[in-house]
Design a protein around this ligand. Structure first.
Ligand code: CUA
Length: 155
């Protein structure tokens, strides 16, 4: 082996050790960690039911995560007349969020949150469909928004 090759290999190994050491020091001494996804943090990880906004009795917030091939939560229940603040993100690829019979048409984009406020005046069950091709089970990706005056525990 040529002397220059030995020097280059020794330098490469030395640099590997320096970088590995820097990563270990960053992880242990400075608490630097891998970045997390928006869907791994609150409020997307909290509560599956839409919750009321404190000062508005008929305003609800729902935080939905789209992932192959479901919406989480799969069902959202609100009373008639409720204003629903829909926050949507994706855990993997781009999905769609189309609510049949309404003008709700959002994109679920990884790393981003999309938002729409909607008001449901009529009772009924609204199907939610993914409208972006997202893989082999795309056609099965669906959810529901139920607008009912009956509290959830009476259904
Ligand atoms: Cu999700 Cu198509």
């Amino acid at each position: 082996m040529d002397r220059i090759e030995k020097v280059v290999m020794a330098t490469a190994v030395l640099l590997l050790l320096v970088f590995f050491g820097a990563i270990m020091i960053a992880a242990t001494s400075y608490g630097i960690d891998l970045p997390t996804c928006v869907t791994d943090r609150a409020p997307f990880t909290e509560g599956k039911a839409p919750f009321k906004t404190a000062d508005q009795p008929l305003r609800y917030e729902a935080h939905t995560v789209a992932r192959m091939w479901m919406f989480d939560p799969p069902e959202i229940t609100v009373p008639p007349g409720a204003e629903l603040d829909l926050y949507l993100s994706s855990a993997d690829v781009v999905h769609g969020y189309y609510v049949e019979g309404t003008n709700i048409n959002l994109m679920a984009v990884p790393g981003a949150v999309t938002y729409q406020r909607v008001k449901f005046d009529r009772e009924g069950t609204y199907r939610v469909l993914c409208h972006e091709y997202c893989g082999t089970a795309h056609h099965l990706m669906a959810g529901t928004i139920v607008v009912t005056s009956q509290p959830e525990e009476e259904q």
